[in-house]
Design a protein around this ligand. Sequence first.
Ligand code: PMP
Length: 397
Amino acid sequence: MEHVSNRSLFFENLALTSDFPMSLEIESAKGVFMYDTDGKSYLDFISGISVSNVGHGNSKVIEAIKNQAEKHAHLMVYGEFIQSPQVNYAKLLSTTLPENLNNVFFTNSGTEAIEGALKLAKRATGRTEMISFKDSYHGSTHGALSLMGNEFFKQAFRPLLPDVKILLTDSIDELNKISEKTACVVIETLRGEAGAIENSEEFLQELRKKCTETGALLIFDEIQCGMGRTGRLWAFEHYNVVPDILVTAKGLGGGMPLGAFISSTYLMKQLRNNPVLGNITTFGGHPVCCAAGMAALQLILSENWLHEIPNKEKFIRENLRHPSIKQIRGRGLMMAAELESFEVNLAFIKCCLELGLITDWFLFCDNAFRIAPPLCISFKELEKALQIINSALDKIR
Ligand code: PMP
């Protein structure tokens, strides 16, 4: 049979979402490194966009996957059978969260978890208006897309959900647009695709106050910033604000597909009646994914990574003082470094790839690159990464 390269199959038979994919062919990955088919190594500085928080190929995660796969994979649609990987993981998650976030609905992905959270808010409040913020990203399905704070990526897919308002970020005046008509306000606790931008504590606290006053449910999207990325397990822990619904995914599955929206038992009960089966999924909370995710979370809770993150952030800030960098933003291992323009950033990212480091730009901020390695990165590996970044910046000057 004629040999057809994977590269040509990739371009011919796989539906792609841009004309300029990174098109690396990775054969294996371990820790913070990926290895391509020629054996070249790449230091992963983006963690598959906040997924590989515990690094690649962790033996505990692999063992959990193998053990569960040997016991059973899919048995029945979500919420019917008692499956120990689901209940154990839900219990563990609830022990890391405030009391009102004790009830976990597992999904397959982040966008699906957002959809569930929006439905829960509509059902629980009997209201329809939904609010989000400029340059927010919550997913690509119709509901989540309706809340995206960027018209460029939405316009071709209208009509989307009605009754959506997009507010300016970090403006306390804007919060007056939240009213008794509002079912929910959705916000990324730390804004990812806007370019790793923090919300101020004052703003988040005012937002909480306004939601409580009007009865709107506050939804924190921690799909990208949760699971330890900022140095706390949940980003909201930095700001002394607790949401009504927490949404998580990406790192939640330890490298396997898993999402969840988490709320109180009281609120979640609304999905049981009027109508019964208010949100259903076949594969949500797949037992193998829950087993992998639980192993990953146990690692995050037991290793020293969370404690080390503030020092890693400091180390990065101190060692990335290149004249080409205009600003470094973000918190913990969810940061962005801003360059002069998209063109400069593109040349820089290409140069990093040649030198063996993977980074990329943000959906709504194309002149900044991501600093988001696995949480387990050592200081030595970090030093190597920063050397590569500094020499790439030198080269493109
Ligand atoms: N919300 C945020 C903040 C995200 O970063 C993402 C993914 N980039 C999503 C939602 C959507 O998650 P998924 O791709 O798993 O559907």
